[in-house]
Design a protein around this ligand. Structure first.
Ligand code: GLA
Length: 534
């Protein structure tokens, strides 16, 4: 094993890495047509997907969204819309398959569809899966032959106020019982629904519906900034269908597509493929960006630098902890932004080759710092190949896996992200602790050689709330070994405080967990790790 301390060595010796399924790519009817779809239209779009070279570029799914519903009869059998799909759905699914493509369908976790509530589509009343889980699953996947389903939550949430986890669990169990096929399932709850979702779905929406506007694209990226720890292993945060080819500026389209690729969102085209502008089509077929989205590691990029209004995102591609990383300099602001990113902040060192993946051109190599000016609403997406990969020293709280996090805003005092001026990255997490399962966890704390490290935890003393009796505490566990910290700073006006301890890491990945079983913890900012001796 000589030389195995080079950063690029695989960390779990002997472990066979099976590549996860990448995010799905395809086309969906909703953005352009809403409920006004029909069989001829779907066939035309499927044909166009092939003719325009999109199938060849990797787009496989043709997804029929809301609008195909007819009614549910007395036996509970679901019928399709008499004018839009007079011959039912099997024929159209067969047609899509005959082109070598996969077919997607849509339903609702409650009784009434979103279309019935928001688009006055009366045919969407009573056609959701609630109470008909097995029957509909049999119809969609066995009788009609669909491969994908998106399951919405309008009737279930706005009308019936059902519990998300219970509802989606019941549906997925029914699908798994009824259908032998491997169905790709999307949970459409317009907010990150909770960590349970990874066990049920291949992707889940994290935001409300996208519109063809810059503010919408920008807001969705903001919603997905800190969710990378919840994705992975073939499960993805879904930033919604693409608005490419629907009126954004060229720069904005590049940012939209580029960031969906960096953040490993499903890529579902939402425009009319028979009339797509040439530049938009070219962008959607950009092989280097697509490779980023479909990368064999299936990782979502995370923020490593936030200065002014700019964000630097990074992710490993090709090999975990290798020398090649994808980097996005993202400028959501309305004026140009000058980025200056030290290589060390990307855990890279030495002469580093850079390639602009949007333009498909090499940039000049650098050996200390990556510097570019990025226009308003723009992004520079780079493939950076360095000489060496460095051991990480900084772990942000906002990148941790928060075991009880959801973005549904239903729970009082649920664990949450909280901006704090002076915190590293400008962000902390709050409402950690109170019971054993409400913790933050870093699952990939990496040490090349293992050994003793100085861990310095940066935290923000929390405001003492009314009737809160105990001081805040913090339990840190490293690979299951727990240390209780108390006597922490309590004066919030002093800003970010630190506490240091010595921890032992093993070579490769370590798991660090922070929480507190009985009390709340202070708000957590980040921790650093410095090896104690060579
Ligand atoms: C919701 C979803 C959209 C679309 C419509 C259909 O709004 O979020 O993506 O499926 O319903 O009615």
């Amino acid at each position: 094993m000589a030389g195995c301390f080079l950063a690029a060595c695989p960390v779990t010796a002997g472990a066979q890495h099976v590549s996860p399924e990448p995010p799905i790519m395809g086309w969906s009817s909703w953005n352009t047509y809403r409920v006004n779809i029909n069989e001829a239209l779907i066939r035309t779009q499927a044909d166009a997907m092939v003719r325009q070279g999109l199938q060849e570029a990797g787009y496989r799914f043709v997804n029929i969204d809301d609008g195909f519903f007819g009614w549910r009869d007395k036996e509970g059998v679901l019928h399709t819309h008499p004018e839009r799909f007079p011959y039912g759905m099997k024929g159209i699914a067969d047609y899509i398959h005959s082109l070598g493509l996969k077919a997607g369908i849509y339903s609702e976790a409650g009784s009434n569809t979103c279309g019935s509530i928001w688009d006055a589509d009366r045919n969407g009343i009573g056609v959701g899966m609630y109470g008909f889980e097995r029957q509909d699953a049999d119809l969609f996947f066995n009788k009609w032959g669909f491969d994908f389903i998106k399951i919405d939550y309008c009737g279930a949430g706005q009308q019936l106020d059902l519990d998300e986890e219970e509802r989606y669990t019941a549906i997925v169990e029914a699908i798994r019982e009824v259908s032998p096929k491997n169905i790709s399932l999307n949970v459409c709850r317009w907010a990150y629904p909770g960590t349970w979702v990874k066990g049920l779905a291949t992707s889940w929406r994290i935001s409300g519906d996208i519109t063809p506007s810059w503010t919408s694209v920008r807001d969705i990226i903001a919603r997905n900034r800190y969710l990378s720890a919840f994705a992975g292993d073939g499960h993805y945060n879904d930033m919604d269908m693409l608005e490419i080819g629907r009126g954004l500026s060229q720069t904005e389209e590049e940012t939209h597509f580029g960031m969906w690729c960096m953040l490993s969102s499903p890529l579902l085209i939402g425009c009319d493929l028979t009339r797509i502008p040439e530049k938009s089509l070219e962008l959607l077929k950009n092989r280097e960006l697509i490779a980023l989205n479909q990368d064999s590691l299936g990782l979502q990029a995370y923020v490593v630098q936030h200065e002014g209004e700019g964000y630097v995102f990074v992710k490993d591609i090709l090999q975990r902890r290798g020398r090649v990383r994808a980097v996005a300099l993202y400028n959501p602001s309305d004026s140009p932004c000058a980025f200056s990113v030290p290589l060390s902040c990307l855990e890279l060192e030495g002469k580093t080759r850079l390639r602009d993946l949007v333009r498909g051109k090499d940039e000049r190599p650098v050996s200390d710092c990556i510097r570019f000016e990025v226009p308003a609403h723009g992004v520079k997406i780079l493939r950076a190949e360095a000489e060496r990969r460095l051991e990480p020293q900084l772990y942000e709280a906002e990148h941790a896996y928060l075991n009880e996090f959801d973005d549904l805003a239903k729970r009082p005092r649920g664990i949450a992200y909280m901006p704090f001026e002076g915190a590293s990255g400008g962000m902390t997490i709050c409402n950690v602790g109170g019971h054993a399962s409400n913790y933050a966890e870093w699952k990939e704390v990496f040490s090349e050689k293992g050994g003793a490290y100085r861990m310095t935890i940066h935290y923000v003393p929390a405001e003492r709330r009314e009737r809160e009796i105990s001081d805040r505490r913090l339990t840190v566990s490293v690979n299951g070994n727990q240390v209780e910290l108390d006597g922490l700073e309590t004066d919030r006006s002093k800003g970010v405080a630190t506490v240091a301890l010595t921890v032992t890491l093993r070579p490769g990945y370590n798991v660090v967990r922070m929480g507190s079983r009985l009390t709340w913890t202070p708000d957590l900012d980040c921790f650093t790790l410095v090896p104690l001796s060579e």
